[in-house]
Design a protein around this ligand. Structure first.
Ligand SMILES: NC(=O)c1ccc[n+]([C@@H]2O[C@H](COP(=O)([O-])OP(=O)(O)OC[C@H]3O[C@@H](n4cnc5c(N)ncnc54)[C@H](OP(=O)(O)O)[C@@H]3O)[C@@H](O)[C@H]2O)c1
Length: 296
């Protein structure tokens, strides 16, 4: 990635793409930055989504171009392209005529669950070029962000570079996603389960939150107040974990002998909550893997 200043594309800019772009546009990407996003090109499928994005990005429209269905234009005009479609659409979008030429030599960042970098590369039109024709070379980087990108608080995992030629692509990817939270590199072999850890575990935590809210309401507190209390408690826990406190140590510190916390913890163990969470992450990873097949 030689150019310091580059155009960013987002093909299929849905919920996740919008969260990423909102995070990126709300930050000053030029301040002391190794790179600078010059222009942004976006594609969606429906007129309704074009209007939604035009309204949302009204103050940035001098830098942003939104296409309805023209994914090729996004690939042609951009140096770095984020692919944000549903996994089942990847082959159709990347296999479109001209996409291989448009992406040749560029960086393609995927946020798709279940699609390996190899599957992504193979889906690009012209990858299996007839003898004598050059096969496009695209620097594919696999990522898994989460919806907290909307609040600049995503935890995004990024696949480690496959070889030296991809080191810059991974750096640019991390730089982009660092503007919507934090990033961490992992080997691609861990992506299905660990991608699910960052992509899906927030949804799993909401089930625990619901149980706490239900009992708070059953005990007489109104639900909005209960939600406020749980939110700040979770925020506090996140701060403690971020400060380096180990969860087991925190649990023991809070559980005084003969106290109430230990009773609650023992009830959770009796109900198998710990293994239910471990198992839920495992089946989520399995499902993510199966989303890689075309039929899903
Ligand atoms: N949502 C999450 O929390 C999350 C977290 C991590 C990763 N992801 C990954 O992000 C990807 C997208 O998920 P999402 O929740 O953002 O989905 P989504 O909101 O349904 O967005 C999909 C987008 O694709 C567009 N689209 C569909 N067909 C298209 C085409 N042929 N050409 C151009 N655009 C097209 C749709 O446009 P219209 O709106 O006009 O129909 C829509 O904007 C998935 O692969 C998922 O694995 C999501």
């Amino acid at each position: 990635m030689a150019a310091r200043s580059f155009n960013l594309g987002i093909i299929a800019c849905g919920q996740m793409g919008t969260a990423i772009i909102a995070g990126i546009l709300s930050q000053d990407l030029t301040a002391n930055a190794p790179w600078n996003v010059k222009r942004i090109f976006i594609s969606v499928q429906s007129a309704a989504s074009v209007s939604r994005l035009q309204n949302m990005l009204a103050q940035h429209l001098s830098r942003v171009t939104i296409y309805q269905g023209d994914n090729l234009a996004v690939a042609e005009h951009s140096h770095v392209v984020i692919l944000g479609c549903k996994p089942a659409l990847m082959e159709r979008i990347l296999g479109a005529e001209g996409m291989g030429d448009a992406l040749n030599g560029k960086i393609l960042i995927s946020v798709l669950a279940g699609k390996t970098t190899e599957m992504t590369r193979r889906a690009i039109s012209g990858f299996e070029a007839p003898t004598g024709e050059a096969t496009p070379h695209v620097h594919v980087v696999r990522t898994m962000p989460n919806m907290a990108a909307r609040e600049h608080a995503s935890m995004t995992v990024v696949s480690s570079p496959e070889d030296d030629s991809d080191i810059d692509a991974v750096r640019v990817t991390r730089w982009l996603f660092d503007h919507v939270g934090k990033t961490h590199e992992i080997p691609e072999s861990l992506f299905d389960v660990i991608g699910s850890l960052v992509g899906c575990s927030a949804a799993m935590f909401t089930v625990a939150i619901d149980g706490l809210l239900d009992q708070s309401v059953a005990s007489g507190l109104d639900r909005p107040a209960a939600l406020k209390l749980v939110t700040q408690t979770l925020f506090g826990l996140a701060k403690l974990l971020e400060a380096g406190n180990h969860p087991s140590v925190l649990r023991e510190e809070i559980s005084s002998p003969g106290g109430s916390t230990i009773q609650g913890l023992m009830e959770l163990e009796r109900q198998g909550v710990r293994s239910a969470y471990a198992s839920a992450l495992n089946v989520t990873g399995e499902r993510a893997k199966s989303l890689g097949s075309k039929e899903k």
